[in-house]
Design a protein around this ligand. Structure first.
Ligand SMILES: NC(=O)c1ccc[n+]([C@@H]2O[C@H](COP(=O)([O-])OP(=O)(O)OC[C@H]3O[C@@H](n4cnc5c(N)ncnc54)[C@H](O)[C@@H]3O)[C@@H](O)[C@H]2O)c1
Length: 347
């Protein structure tokens, strides 16, 4: 069942930064009234100002979604909503024995338990109105366990189970309310600063804009599940393999090395300058952590600029081809460029 966001009230937890902020801006642009919840009052307020400044409606509330009583109190102030986007999340990024008890508990409380408190606060009204969507932002780490993500992956597997159980429960009772689960691979928001991907063509680090556009469209289309990029869909069929082979396959894909250089938000500020100003001189490992589109952005035309890697050139080519499916022949691609020469790669 479709669910246009026009004139709908959309609650976004963790709306103060990253994809939460972009989901809020995107929902507002699609005509929704946006309710922003975030642990940081300042961050939520700044996004509210951004949305209101653009001529749309938004309200901001400082809420710790892992605090059951705080959620109940904030839900009273917020009133009924049509869409709940459970987006707030945290990551520890350490081996099990290196993570503190507090960090592990926080991950489970924010990424998993909060789903219950927030959804329960609004679901009754949605069912009464026979309309609504509950969105759970899980992760590709909710489909496959990853080294250095014991708490995060456990919390996101739980999030996936929560959303799936809710979906069948709501459908069985014919409530008219949908449950959508979103499982993206790494996104370049800074939450996972430092992660690397071995095969950026198969498993690219996603841009927040891409994830947000896909998520909002999935809500409007009434979809139940959104897994990005598509290659991640192969995780489920690969589960027929014995665990040892499955692990070998994931190792081969580099999945268990993605977190080797993770720094996350904690050290991100210190590292931000070199990351943003990354040039062809930066270490190869760092380049693969950046979004292929960013990595492939045309470099300033300096005669001394070193030749870009084949990966960067392939990513650039893909960017220029845009909506043209990759399996199309090169003649079709040439025609595509001829129709719109602006899209032709400059090399
Ligand atoms: N960034 C990625 O690579 C990635 C990949 C897959 C899934 N996800 C998931 O997407 C969601 C958003 O990620 P992001 O990259 O935008 O992260 P982010 O760190 O940019 O944003 C998370 C937001 O949640 C808020 N938050 C944290 N704890 C909270 C709490 N207790 N109560 C209320 N708000 C709280 C933070 O203040 C922040 O504004 C998370 O659930 C994350 O697990 C992220």
């Amino acid at each position: 069942m479709t669910h246009s966001l026009k004139d709908q009230t959309v609650l976004i937890t963790g709306g103060g930064s990253g994809i939460g902020r972009l989901l809020a801006l995107g929902a507002a642009e699609r005509g929704a009234r946006v309710m922003l919840w975030d642990l940081s009052a300042e961050a939520a307020e700044s996004v509210r100002e951004e949305i209101v400044g653009a001529g749309y409606h938004a309200e901001a509330y400082a809420v710790d979604v892992s605090d059951r009583d705080a959620v109940k109190a904030a839900a009273k102030k917020t009133g009924a909503v049509d869409v709940v986007i459970n987006n707030a999340g945290v990551v520890t990024g350490k081996n099990l024995l290196d993570a503190s008890d507090e960090a592990i508990e926080r991950t489970i409380r924010v990424n998993t338990l909060a789903l219950f408190w927030v959804t329960r606060a609004f679901l009754g009204d949605m069912i009464m109105n026979r309309r609504g969507t509950v969105v759970t932002i899980s992760s590709a780490a909710g489909l496959v366990g990853v080294a250095k993500q014991t708490d995060y992956s456990a919390s996101k597997f739980a999030a996936f189970g929560f959303a799936e159980s809710l979906r069948v429960e709501l459908s069985k009772a014919n409530t008219g309310v949908n449950s959508l689960v979103v499982c993206p691979y790494f996104i370049s928001t800074g939450m996972f600063e430092g992660v690397q991907t071995k095969y950026p063509l198969l498993l690219p680090i996603l841009t927040p804009e891409y994830v947000v556009q896909k998520t909002l469209t999935a809500i409007e289309k009434g979809r139940h599940q959104l897994i990005m990029p598509r290659f991640v869909n192969f995780v489920s069929p690969a589960r027929v393999l014995p665990a040892r082979w499955f692990d070998k396959l994931m190792n081969q894909l580099g999945v268990n090395n993605t977190m080797d250089h993770f720094v996350g938000r904690a050290k991100q500020v210190a590292q931000k300058v070199p990351t943003q100003a990354a040039t062809a001189d930066e270490p190869r490992a760092n380049r693969s952590t950046r979004d292929p589109e960013t990595a492939a952005a045309p470099a300033p035309k300096a005669t001394s600029a070193p030749r870009r890697s084949w990966r960067a050139r392939v990513a650039c080519r893909r960017r220029h081809l845009g909506d043209l499916p990759r399996h199309r022949s090169s003649r079709l691609r040439r025609n595509h460029w001829n129709r719109d020469p602006a899209r032709r790669p400059s090399h």
